[in-house]
Design a protein around this ligand. Sequence first.
Ligand SMILES: Nc1nc2c(ncn2[C@@H]2O[C@H](COP(=O)(O)OP(=O)(O)O)[C@@H](O)[C@H]2O)c(=O)[nH]1
Ligand SMILES: Nc1ncnc2c1ncn2[C@@H]1O[C@H](COP(=O)(O)OP(=O)(O)O)[C@@H](O)[C@H]1O
Length: 209
Amino acid sequence: MDYPGNLFVVSAPSGAGKSSLVNALMELDALVSHSVSHTTRTPRGQEKDGREYHFVSVQQFDAMVQADAFVEWANVHGNRYGTSRRSIEERISRGGDVMLEIDYQGAAQIKRAFANAVLVFVLPPSLQELHARLLRRGEDSPDVIEQRLANAVQEMAQVEKFDFVIINEVFERALFDLKTIVHAQRLKVAAQRRARADTFKSLHLNLPE
Ligand SMILES: Nc1nc2c(ncn2[C@@H]2O[C@H](COP(=O)(O)OP(=O)(O)O)[C@@H](O)[C@H]2O)c(=O)[nH]1
Ligand SMILES: Nc1ncnc2c1ncn2[C@@H]1O[C@H](COP(=O)(O)OP(=O)(O)O)[C@@H](O)[C@H]1O
């Protein structure tokens, strides 16, 4: 299905900075919004239901899976996370650009469902710095941090399945890279639409709705 808005997936190991980058981009670009996922994980200190996530029970999550309410979902670090159809389809069908901050398993499902989705992987400059960021963020217990670091190596091995890679060392530079990817996609889609319109015009056909 071809929607007027664009879908971007931003994946990264925990602590690499994907939420910080997407939040900074949304402050600069009113056309971009992010999808609020559902999760069975417990909320962190500052998190609010409906803002960072819709926090649901395992039973509620399962009921949504049964009802085919998710475009993708996966088990990540021992919890379930999913993107509801409602959270994206209305916005991209109205021409908005939507950012999904989801893991690599979800990214692969999104690419199958939306061939035009752009997949971006954010890497930390090193595993040491990733560890330091998780500690500085101060939101996760030591064993949760250990599990996330252990999973990071396997997650980073998925980078070749993505369209773009951003190394988040200097934040402003990484943000610039993300902005460039979004602008390039908008230009590409606009050029494709113009070419399609020209083709139909030259054939004296009306463009399909
Ligand atoms: N597949 C999938 N992954 C998600 C979704 N929402 C969040 N995730 C991923 O779940 C992982 C853990 O997220 P979270 O608990 O918020 O930790 P954080 O990444 O350290 O902030 C990250 O890799 C997220 O990208 C979702 O809707 N679907
Ligand atoms: N380029 C950067 N340099 C230093 N710290 C960063 C950078 N980008 C993000 N951070 C910090 O690292 C921590 C993890 O970032 P966050 O956006 O929560 O990561 P993620 O969403 O990928 O788990 C936060 O405390 C954030 O302020």
